[in-house]
Ligand binder design. Sequence first.
Ligand code: GCV
Length: 701
Amino acid sequence: MTNIHNCDKSGYKAWLVYNQATWTKPNPNTVLFDSICADPVQKELEVAVEELKEALTAISGKIPELVSKPTSGNTVLIHLIPQRKTLKTADTGNGSESDGYISDSEACRLDNEGFIIKSCQTGGANCTVIAAKTGAGALYGVFALIRHILCGTFDKNAYIVQNPAIKLRMLNQWDNMDGSIERGYAGNSIFYRNGQITTDLRRVRDYARLMASVGLNSIVLNNVNVHGPETRLITKEQLPKVARLADIFREYGIKIYLSINYSSPIELGGLDTADPLDSRVRSWWSEKASEIYEYIPDFGGFLVKADSEFRPGPFTYGRNHAEGANMLAAALKPYGGLVIWRCFVYNCRQDWRDRVTDRANSAYDNFMPLDGSFDDNVILQIKNGPMDFQVREPVSPLIGGLKKSNYMLELQVTQEYTGQQRHLCYLAPMWKDVLDFDTYSRGKGSTVARLLSEPEDGLISGIAAVSNIGDDMNWTGHDLAQANLYCYGRLAWDPWLTSEEIAREWTMQTFGRDPVVTDTITGMLLDSYHIYESYTTPLGIGWMVNPGHHYGPNVDGYEYSAWGTYHRADHKGIGVDRSVATGTGFAGKYFPPNSSIYESIETCPEELLLFFHRVEYDYRLKSGVTLIQYIYDSHFEGAARAAELVDRWKSLEGRIGSDCFGRVLARLEEQAAHACEWRDVINSYFYRKSGIPDEKSRPIY
Ligand code: GCV
């Protein structure tokens, strides 16, 4: 067995481990590159050259020569396309000028972050040209080339042109300055320790590399819940240190953003108000912006959680979200900065007895009436579902609903409700359900992926996700949870990739190209979301977790709370009626035909049945089984399949480095045991509520 992945015992290098074994059996069309050619005066290309050199050295065991002109052998030529006047005009098709490597018509096909990989013969060398308009584009091209080499899909005659589908591709760190991470499951922050920005920046650089390797271009460096110490990140005392972080990320084409405290004018500025229409507040923010840009000239902007879960916001002053956001936007506008304003706004002090108020309606009701009133440098950030990152939710109707505002999708890579990186849960299938969902906002075919990649004229869009990394040596606690960070970046770049394509390429890069390993891990990843869903909460109902930390089953944990999170189970049935006819009306917020599909219990997709409808236990699903029997069956099957994951992994013993093998095995065993706990708690709860026994007489307590 030649492909054992054991050169990175800790998992630290993640998918950039550059397993030498992959090179020993190159694809017939792969060539061994012996040199890298780039114009040495082009500082912008330095990181791309460094990355390529590191990868080729590790993979082939030989340090490639750095040359300024291709002369012989096999060369990777990294080329910055000059910004000539002609590039501004449209492609005329023929007779287009060329700079020696790339014609004008080819250059016209590239965005600022795109790249071309093509072959050419020049100066006696066989060149693979990576051409781009910027250093970031070249870096993405380098990482793409490395990926193809490692996956065995590199073809020396290939002609690849790529641009990112979504322009703003962001990670949100929920890191606090005390070093903790809200909803972090992989240790402490790599950015902060004991109230200070860390001075050991190696890890930050390695994180930037991981991000750039999958095409991410923006990061918010602190938690959306901004406490006292993080409020001070925008002060003179912290800005020089924030600027150092920005310097590192900049090298990798990544812009930094900060979450801000809406009450900063009071807490930092000594004002008695943070009213967005007060001129003193407006000047305070303008001066603050000017100060920030002195330290960080390409600062991305602010992320704001306002009037949400006890965070301050414009409501205190009788102002709406547009007034609140636009005031900050005006301050950032002269510098090209953005305000990313979260739509996660709801009443978290609801009375559980109140059956009329529905948290699912909240973001839509708060923001739809304001569509068109946000300034052009405000982007609304919308969680994928109307509630809060549950295992299964419908897509937020704000996506596609908003037509005159910039917006971006917010996903959660950190596995708050999906097993906290103790359970295996590969999230690409969940995100694909979101990205492939047809909103019908512009008629048939208006998928979320399309809306994000082709925003309405003059608008901008993006995608953000809450990161899953911490200072654990393997970044993500569970080694296989690295696949979630990886697939998030890949989908942000190309939302039409399939879950399987991404799982395969991640597995090959991380573990080498042993087909048994690739097939087994890819299969485990692809099954894992459905397995997790089947032993946890049934048919889209959500929230059956222990309050606070959200790990493990507790069916009534949130049932009598103030958070607006109810399943309403009783002895007859379960589910929330969100129809227009008899329920909270949420189903009516979608474009037809989605609204009528969700409205009716007959047509509602079954995986969302209990999200949209109250259903009696003896209701027969399309398969013919009753709801209660479905709940029992899926929980028994889910737990059994979780146990099988252990066996599937064990079949790889000897094919995976033993350290990683042992770490993952321990997590999978814990998952299998915990899945039994889930199964028994959920099944017993519903048996006790309904009094209906399992048709198959399996143990229920
Ligand atoms: C950062 C949920 C999480 C909170 C999180 C919040 C948000 O409520 O449990 O930890 O706060 O979402 O997205 O703002």
